[in-house]
Design a binder for this molecule. Structure first.
Ligand code: ADP
Length: 401
C-alpha cells in the first residue's frame, strides 16, 4: 500500500511535469507558427502593394517619382496594412537596390520585410518595411487556447490531488484498522487466558471441594466474561452503525436519574483510585425523550474516559443546566487533556491520540465516535474544551423533542 502510494505520487508528478512541458512546447510552437503565418501574410500584402505602387507610378510625371514616392507608398501601405488588425506601428523606406538603408532598428524588436518595386517604366527600387514585433498581438491570438488548456490542466491537477489525498486517507484508515485489530486481540487475549486458567482450576477436584476457592474462581470467570461481553458489545455497536441498521428507540426518561445510576455504578472504580466525583444536576426539567440504553452508554463512556485519562486520583464533575430549549450535560475531569491539533479528530472512528505505545491506555478509539453518533442521532451536539495538562470538559446538548 505504502509503496504503491509512493509509486503513484511519483508517476503523477512525472506525468504533470510532462504535461506542463508539453504545454510549454505547444505554446511556443503556436506562437512561432502564428509569427510565420503573419510574415507570409505580409509578403502577400507586399506583392499587392508593389502592384498598386507601380500603377500609381504611371499616373505621375517621371521627374516627380522620387519626390512623391514616400507619400504614395505611405497611403498604399496605410490602406493595406490597416486591414491587418491594429498594425499602425510600422516604418518604411524606399531605397535604391543595394544602397545603404537609413533606418536602423533593433533587429529583435522589428520584422524586416523587403519587396522589389520593379515597374514597367523602368523604376527599380526596394521597399524596406519594418513592423513592430508586437508579442502581445501573437499571444492574444492564442490566448483563449492557452487559458482553456491551462484550465483543463488545473482541473486535472486538482482531481489528481483529490485522488491522492483520498488514497492517503484510505491508507491511514487501513493503518488505524490494523492497529485496532492488534489492540482488540490484545484486549481479548487477557480475559480469555484468565477464564481458561480459572476454569482449569475449577476442574481440579481439590478446588471444587473448597467452596471458598471455587467461588473465587467462578467470580473471576464471571467478571472476565462480563469484560468480554462489554468488549464485544462495543465492537458490535459500531458494526451496527456501519451496516446502517442501528436504531434508537426513544422513551421518556429522567436524565438526572440515569446520570445518578451511572455515577453509582462507576463510583467503585473511582474509590479504588481514591478519586472524587461530584454531581451538580441543576436543570429544572430533566425529563427527555431519549434511548435509555444508549444514553446510559454515552454517560458511562465519557465517565470512563475521564477516569482513564486522569493520572493519579481522578477528579470528575458532572453537571446539567437548562440550555436553549434543551439540556446541557457537562462531564469534566482534571486529567491529561487533549492537544489542540487532536480536538477535531477525537470523535472520528478508530482515532486515538498517539501515546507512543498503543497499549499504554487501553481502548479502540471507538468510544467517542459512538458517543457522537448517538448524540447526533438524537438531534444533539457534542463539544469538547480541553487544555493539555489541565483537563477536559465534554458538553453534550440534547434538544427537547
Ligand atoms: P479510546 O479511549 O478507546 O482510545 P475514545 O474514542 O473514547 O477512544 O477516545 C479517543 C481519544 O480521545 C483517546 O484515545 C484519548 O486520547 C482522547 N480522550 C478521550 N477522552 C479524553 C479525556 N477525558 N481526557 C483526555 N483525552 C481524552
Amino acid at each position: 500500500m505504502k509503496s504503491s502510494y509512493k509509486k503513484m505520487s511519483f508517476l503523477s508528478i512525472i506525468t504533470f511535469v510532462g504535461v506542463l512541458l508539453l504545454q510549454a512546447f505547444w505554446i511556443m510552437d503556436s506562437y512561432t507558427e502564428r509569427q510565420a503565418h503573419f510574415k507570409e501574410h505580409i509578403h502577400n500584402v507586399l506583392d499587392e502593394v508593389s502592384k498598386d505602387y507601380c500603377q500609381s507610378q504611371t499616373k505621375i510625371h517621371s521627374s516627380d517619382t522620387a519626390i512623391y514616392e514616400k507619400e504614395r507608398m505611405d497611403s498604399i501601405l496605410n490602406l493595406k496594412l490597416i486591414q491587418i488588425q491594429e498594425l499602425s506601428n510600422y516604418q518604411f523606406e524606399i531605397a535604391d537596390q543595394n544602397s545603404k538603408r537609413n533606418i536602423k532598428l533593433e533587429k529583435k524588436k522589428y520584422f524586416h520585410f523587403t519587396e522589389d518595386l520593379k515597374c514597367a517604366n523602368g523604376y527599380n527600387k526596394t521597399l524596406h518595411l519594418y513592423i513592430l514585433n508586437d508579442k502581445s498581438y501573437f499571444i492574444s491570438s492564442i490566448l483563449s487556447w492557452v487559458i482553456l488548456s491551462s484550465l483543463l490542466i488545473i482541473i486535472s491537477i486538482v482531481a489528481l490531488f483529490y485522488n491522492l489525498s483520498f488514497l492517503r486517507q484510505q491508507k491511514k484508515m487501513a493503518q488505524i484498522k490494523s492497529d485496532f485489530i492488534s489492540n482488540m486481540t490484545h484486549e481479548l487475549k487477557t480475559p480469555i487466558a484468565t477464564i481458561s486458567v480459572a476454569s482449569e482450576m475449577l476442574m481440579n477436584d481439590k478446588v471444587i471441594d473448597d467452596r471458598k476457592k471455587a467461588n473465587r474462581y467462578a467470580t473471576i470467570i464471571h467478571e472476565e466474561n462480563l469484560r468480554l461481553k462489554k468488549l464485544v458489545n462495543r465492537v458490535m455497536q459500531i458494526a451496527l452503525f456501519e451496516n446502517g441498521t442501528m436504531r434508537i428507540s426513544i422513551k421518556e426518561l429522567d436524565v438526572h436519574k440515569y446520570i445518578e445510576q451511572s455515577v453509582k455504578a462507576i463510583k467503585m472504580i473511582i474509590d479504588k483510585r481514591e478519586g472524587q466525583i461530584n454531581t451538580q444536576l441543576e436543570a429544572q426539567s430533566s425529563i427527555y425523550q431519549l434511548d435509555p440504553s444508549h444514553f446510559r452508554n454515552i454517560i458511562t463512556n465519557l465517565m470512563e474516559n475521564a477516569i482513564k485519562y486522569s493520572k493519579g486520583k481522578p477528579e470528575i464533575s458532572i453537571s446539567t443546566v437548562d440550555y436553549s430549549e434543551g439540556i446541557l450535560i457537562s462531564i469534566e475531569d482534571k486529567g491529561i487533556g487533549i492537544e489542540k491539533k487532536y480536538i477535531d479528530k477525537i470523535f472520528n472512528q478508530f482515532f486515538r491520540v498517539e501515546t507512543g505505545n498503543v497499549h499504554n491506555t487501553k481502548g479502540f478509539g471507538l468510544g467517542l465516535y459512538y458517543v457522537r453518533r448517538i448524540v447526533e442521532a438524537h438531534g444533539g451536539t457534542i463539544k469538547v474544551y480541553s487544555t493539555i495538562g489541565e483537563g477536559s470538559r465534554f458538553e453534550i446538548y440534547f434538544p427537547r423533542l
